[in-house]
Ligand binder design. Structure first.
Ligand SMILES: *Cc1c(COP(=O)(O)O)cnc(C)c1O
Length: 349
């Protein structure tokens, strides 16, 4: 029953496949109409997820994009400014949804996730003035996708949140991979969510469920978000079939540690090849950002070279490739990738 790809697919951790245990849980899930709040499996998932994140309530949504969007809609009014990192998923990859549906102005803050984040944030928050869109919400991302799976510690997040709160901003955490952060630092996930008003995480990435994301926060916030989920077309019916996979995925969260170990192994092997740079090094979580400039290969050519050898990777810039390790990548897959890399990059010399 399990579909096993002959390729080693390192493009993303979204490509993870449900295994037979997960499929069995899905087949056996008790279900009901979730728009009426009557799906017992969804209700259980929402309760467990809220407890894990130390929040009053949570909501199951079809995707992380919809969860982020529902959060921004629930936290803001039309015309409000939403402060984000310019490399964040919300700014970069969500089709401008908050502008399209919320009438918000996304306001990019450079270096938000770097050492000078608090200072940069304070500079970006503009005082009340009829010329300015009033800043209402700060969004952080942890782990950070376009910054190579980097982790903000609970203390770093707290400092940014405290600075934002001084100006009356609300706080949303795009924690699509928050369990990767928690596992990497050996801390409880709730520490990363203690100072935010809402948090989203993906069940469909490294955790391995076929679909779904969770949005968590106060009960009144979740009530609002539920209305927006309905308006966005995200109210689904006997969806316990999918939520059951989410419950299995949540139980497996500690296994993300294996992905991190394999990402480090992959990185250790790759930097031994001439002209290859990995940054950040060592990879903080499950992503390996490979820079090919000094090897003389463009990312697109390297991706094609890998592809010919059965390794799928994603170009992430002119000279950057992203390789994401996940639960369907074995030690053998890492070994196969390193052999392919030797051939792709040595062919070049
Ligand atoms: C994938 C991702 C999302 C969106 O999740 P989808 O389920 O793909 O819509 C949001 N934020 C981050 C950081 C992500 O990596």
């Amino acid at each position: 029953m399990e579909t096993v790809s002959e390729h080693v697919d390192l493009r993303s951790d979204t490509v993870t496949l449900p295994d037979s245990e997960m499929r069995e849980a899905m087949a056996n899930a008790p279900v009901g109409d979730d728009v009426f709040g009557e799906d017992p499996t969804v209700n259980r998932l929402e309760e467990e997820a809220a407890a894990l994140l130390g929040k009053e309530a949570s909501l199951y949504l079809p995707s992380g994009t919809m969860a982020n969007l529902a959060a921004v809609l629930a936290h803001t009014r039309r015309g409000d400014a939403v402060l984000v990192d310019p490399e964040s998923h919300i700014f970069y990859y969500e089709a401008g949804g908050t502008s399209l549906f919320g009438g918000n102005q996304l306001w990019p803050v450079d270096e938000l996730h770097a050492g000078r984040g608090v200072e940069m944030l304070q500079k970006a928050i503009r005082p009340p003035n009829i010329h300015f869109a009033p800043p209402a919400l700060l969004c952080l991302e942890n782990t950070h996708n376009r910054r190579g799976g980097t982790v903000l510690s609970p203390e770093e997040q707290d400092a940014l949140y405290a600075a934002a709160r001084e100006y009356g901003l609300l706080l949303h955490l795009d924690g699509a991979r928050i369990f990767n952060a928690a596992v990497a630092q050996g801390l409880a996930a709730a520490l990363y969510t203690r100072s935010c008003d809402s948090v989203m995480f993906s069940l469909s990435k490294g955790l391995g469920a076929p679909a779904g994301s969770i949005l968590a926060g106060s009960s009144s916030f979740i009530q609002e978000a539920k209305r927006y989920r309905k308006a966005l077309g995200g109210g689904m019916r006997q969806i316990g079939i999918l939520a059951a996979a989410g419950l299995v995925a949540l139980e497996r969260r500690h296994e993300l540690e294996e992905d991190h170990r394999r990402a480090q192994e992959l990185a250790r092997g790759l930097i031994q090849l001439p002209g290859l740079i990995i940054d950040p090094y060592p990879p903080p979580t499950n992503m390996v950002m490979l820079h090919t400039l000094e090897s003389g290969l463009y990312a697109a050519d390297a991706v094609e070279g890998f592809s010919e050898l059965g390794i799928k990777t994603l170009p992430f810039g002119e000279h950057t490739i992203r390789l994401v390790v996940h639960r369907n990548i074995s030690d053998e897959g890492v070994e196969k990738t390193l052999q392919a890399a030797a051939s792709v990059f040595e062919r070049q010399r």
